[in-house]
Design a protein around this ligand. Structure first.
Ligand code: DAK
Length: 258
């Protein structure tokens, strides 16, 4: 069904592996289209509660496909950029936790893909960077915006203007990565983290994602009002009754599937 990605589902946890190892998993139009299709199906699939995104081989994703991009006119480039933005926005806003398990190079569009995920867990072998200015362009899949929001404006400008490729320990130090593990522990750690989140109330987790994402770009007053709205969604759910009843009766909560 997919030519450039692998999709697996195991007890509610989906794994999407970008699978173009010969081109360092570079994102061409086909990969982006397949990512959009798989995330649309994940959104509709009630059995899927969380997602891990990773890369096959030694790269997570080494960027947008330079060979394909080099042939595009400005207008065609704009079309690809819209597709890239659609994919990243969709991944960012899906109300299911998405964990990037960054196994190797996460450069350009690959770093941007990891930024669109909710959480980044990196192997000590991972490398991050936004090398676009060396190619005569700037990050085109939301990187100028998401990187600055995650690591701060100064560090984002430093990384984007110097095009420096940093190691996983530095990425962890600056807050580009939330967890750093040995390569052989990467997938297990991502699975464990996903399963921890999956044990919590799904509606609460989903609305927390939306509250954080939407609120981040609003002023404090508007963001607080938005939190009240999203809080109400969670507060009105059966999961709230179950979670609180379980606490009061000293038992483990059994949350309903969404
Ligand atoms: N695109 C296409 N092919 C790539 C690639 C990429 N981004 N990265 C690697 N490859 C290919 C190589 O060309 C090589 O192909 P063959 O020669 O074997 O045919 C194969 O993958 C193996 O790569 P290397 O031989 O280079 O492997 P090394 O281990 O020596 O080096 C590397 C690994 C990841 C350090 C190196 O491949 C590298 O520097 N890759 C390019 C990294 C990069 O600059 N990435 C950023 C791309 S810019 C836009 C939207 C978004 C963007 C731009 C515009 N609009 C639509 C307008 C985003 C831009 C970017 O992401």
């Amino acid at each position: 069904m997919y030519n450039n990605i692998k999709f697996e589902k195991n007890e509610g946890l989906a794994t999407v592996t970008i699978n173009r190892p010969k081109a360092m998993n570079a994102l061409n139009e086909d990969v982006l289209n397949e990512l959009l299709i798989v995330f649309h199906s994940i959104a509709k699939d009630d059995d899927v509660k969380a997602v891990i995104v990773t890369g096959e081989g030694k790269a997570f994703v080494a960027g947008a496909d330079i060979a394909q991009m080099s042939k595009l006119s400005a207008l065609e480039g704009r079309k690809m950029m819209s597709l890239g933005h659609e994919v990243m926005n969709y991944i960012e806003n899906i109300e299911k936790p998405v964990i990037a398990a960054v196994n190797g190079f996460a450069l350009g569009g690959g770093c941007e893909l990891s930024l669109a995920c909710d959480i980044r867990i990196a192997s000590t072998k991972a490398k991050f960077g936004q090398p676009e200015v060396g190619l005569g362009i700037i990050p085109g899949f939301g990187g100028t915006q998401r990187l600055a929001r995650l690591v701060g404006k100064g560090m984002a400008k430093y990384l984007i203007m110097t095009a420096e490729i940093i190691g996983a320990d530095e990425a962890y130090r600056i807050g580009l990565v939330e967890k750093l593990v040995e390569p052989e522990e990467l997938i297990d750690t991502a699975v464990k983290t996903a399963r921890t989140i999956m044990s919590k109330a799904p509606i609460a987790v989903g609305t927390a994602i939306t509250a954080i994402n939407k609120g981040f770009d609003l002023g404090m007053a508007e963001a607080s009002a938005f939190e009240i709205e999203t809080f109400t969604t969670a507060f009105g759910s059966d999961d709230k009754s179950e979670g609180m009843d379980a606490f009061l009766n000293k038992r483990k909560a059994e949350f309903k599937n969404r």
